[in-house]
Design a protein around this ligand. Sequence first.
Ligand SMILES: Nc1ncnc2c1ncn2[C@@H]1O[C@H](COP(=O)(O)OP(=O)(O)OP(=O)(O)O)[C@@H](O)[C@H]1O
Length: 299
Amino acid sequence: MTTETTTGRTTAQGSPASPAAPVTVELHGLDLGYDGRTAVLTGVEGTLHAGEALALIGPNGSGKSTLLKGLLGLTRPVRGTVRVLGRRPADARRDVGYLPQTAEVDPTFPVTVRQVVAMGRYRRETDRPLGWLRPASAADRRAVTDALERVGLADRARRRFGELSGGQRQRVLLARALAGDPGLLLLDEPFNGLDETNRDALEHILAELTAGGMSIVLSTHDIGLARAVCTHAAVLAGRQLAFGPIAQALAPAVITAAYSGRSDVAAVYAAPFRDAPAAEAPGGPVADDTPASRRGSTR
Ligand SMILES: Nc1ncnc2c1ncn2[C@@H]1O[C@H](COP(=O)(O)OP(=O)(O)OP(=O)(O)O)[C@@H](O)[C@H]1O
């Protein structure tokens, strides 16, 4: 399995990150399951640093959401360890932003955009949660405004959430995830259903966040998104097939194995990275000590 090295570390811009960049995610010998006994995802091994973004790639049912839930402390390790921001996932939860696959805010519910984003401040103070028990502080209000500015929707703060388009609502929910000032942002298929304009906007926002030192882990079926946003990839198929700099992790042999011999899928995934060194077939290690140079070579 892979071992992250300083030379393999890249920022979202494809340039080497500072050797001092802190580790944000550590996965070691990890098997995850839902009942504490039966693993649905095995052999997860890898490290992510501040400013790096990891794409979880794999077919339906391969374990992408399960791994995200593992980082949130919602799925239990059957074996191995997960560390998030140097802590157990449950202990790091208040410093992790999460954008779920299916938005749970009912668009017909009469709340403003600002109120939705303010929900992201709830877990900042577990002893005095924002809402009924305490009014918003100046820091809360500033954080909500900052988050709305980051996603380009500050001018919609007083609008009803349900009046916004689906793509704008997605950005509001991203702002909610950012309002808690997370060190790690988890996104479950964030580009689903977005048109090109909103997709470009989200891509830009995520690139800015990683440039500012945030770590991102996202699941996606969209190779364009993975290429545009992520420095690293983990390829899953019920077990980890690769974890490393994105150009290497998405090697044809790995993708073919993940998609059960579908070489056409492998061609789509691997095409941008043809110049990258070949990875070993799944089961063997994927060396990750070569810079991804993602933006320079793959777009
Ligand atoms: N709550 C649950 N309880 C038990 N098993 C589950 C649960 N959720 C998912 N699984 C199982 O875990 C495995 C991995 O599912 P997961 O949702 O992580 O896949 P995925 O890669 O995110 O799929 P998709 O691309 O369809 O979203 C599947 O076999 C699935 O049936």
